[in-house]
Design a protein around this ligand. Structure first.
Ligand code: NAI
Length: 302
């Protein structure tokens, strides 16, 4: 297969001063993209700042790539606008956006303070809105775009102590699904990636020896890069990648139970049927569910 390249493309990756984002920008730049390396440079809880973005830019330039740094925060509307403006000022366009910036403020739900919820939603979920909206305007006009949102198994499956983070990450799946539909006419594809990698965010969680050697972020970067490549044929989907494994998560609908006159007891009696995973379907648009219901009401469920 010919090498999949990004020549002439401009990519913005948020939170690219370290961890996964750094590997994403290094790979995209090595394959010809001009990249905006955005990173506020804080600690894992979002405080402080450092020269993380600038040092990744230096690394990319030293390897012959094209990169500029952005230290604006994704957590505000102004920050999001400034990040996109950096791409437009430096390179005149924006083709690719990877919403990757992230922090954690873990605590069991009953002890979680409101500001811990706000801080995490502001970076992960609202941050994706703040950066994607100004980028979207340009992508729509250009008739081309690739957006990759970073979700997590914490949002898909639930992780103890991460109510704020899990909710934000599932919110990004909703954003991905809606933007998939809104972007389709304009050549914009939007997907979500749940990475698994040993970074400063996860080094305590992933300290087993096999994890240290297998879970480098470098094994996730090719998956992210493919999902933002021109040849990527899919949109609105959720992928999982870590340690070299690449999978797809999907939301399935069971065949379920139907009654024109449902009762509480009917639900109780038929719970097993409602839950039965045999013959589940993967629907693509809300209209698919309405169609299924209409067919059921007409006595023709297939
Ligand atoms: P990381 O901590 O190395 O990278 C996150 C980067 O985001 C940091 O460099 C940080 O400075 C930056 N950042 C934080 N707040 C920011 C803001 N307001 N504006 C701009 N930049 C900001 O952690 P990692 O693991 O590379 O995380 C990358 C993404 O992947 C995050 O969204 C994380 O939630 C997600 N993720 C990571 C997993 C893993 O296994 N490492 C698992 C699931 C999701």
């Amino acid at each position: 297969m010919t090498e999949l390249r990004f020549d002439g493309r401009v990519a913005v990756v948020t939170g690219a001063g370290g961890g996964l984002g750094r590997e994403y920008v290094r790979l995209l730049a090595a394959r010809g993209a001009s990249v905006v390396v955005n990173d506020l440079g804080g600690d894992i809880h979002g405080s402080g700042s450092s020269g993380a973005a600038a040092s990744v830019v230096e690394e990319i330039r030293a390897a012959g790539g094209v990169a500029v740094a952005s230290t604006d925060s994704v957590a505000t509307v102004e920050g999001g606008a400034a990040i996109v403006a950096t791409a437009l000022e430096a390179f005149g366009r924006i083709d690719i956006l990877i919403n990757n910036a992230g922090i954690i403020r873990d605590r069991v739900f009953h002890r979680m303070e409101p500001e811990m919820v706000d801080d995490v939603l502001d970076v992960h979920l609202r941050g994706a809105f703040h950066v994607t909206r100004p980028a979207w305007v340009h992508m729509r006009e250009a008739g081309y775009g690739r957006v990759l949102n970073t979700t997590s198994i914490s949002g898909i499956l639930g992780m103890f102590g991460q109510a704020n983070y899990g909710a934000a990450k599932t919110g990004l799946i909703g954003l991905t699904r809606v933007l998939c539909h809104e972007g389709a006419k304009f050549g914009i594809k939007v997907n979500a990636l749940a990475p698994v990698a040993r970074t400063r965010l996860t080094d305590e969680l992933m300290s087993d020896e096999w994890m240290v050697s297998a879970l480098g972020p470098v094994r996730v970067a090719p998956v992210a890069a493919f999902l933002v490549h021109e040849d990527c044929p899919v949109s609105g989907e959720i992928y999982s990648a870590g340690g070299g494994r690449v999978n797809r998560y999907f939301i399935g609908l069971t065949e379920g139970w139907f009654s024109a006159d449902p009762t509480v007891e009917g639900v109780a009696d038929n719970l097993e049927t409602i839950r039965d995973e045999t013959g589940y379907r993967v629907l693509h648009e809300p209209i698919d569910e309405f169609d299924a219901l209409r067919r059921q009401l007409e006595g023709n469920p297939q």
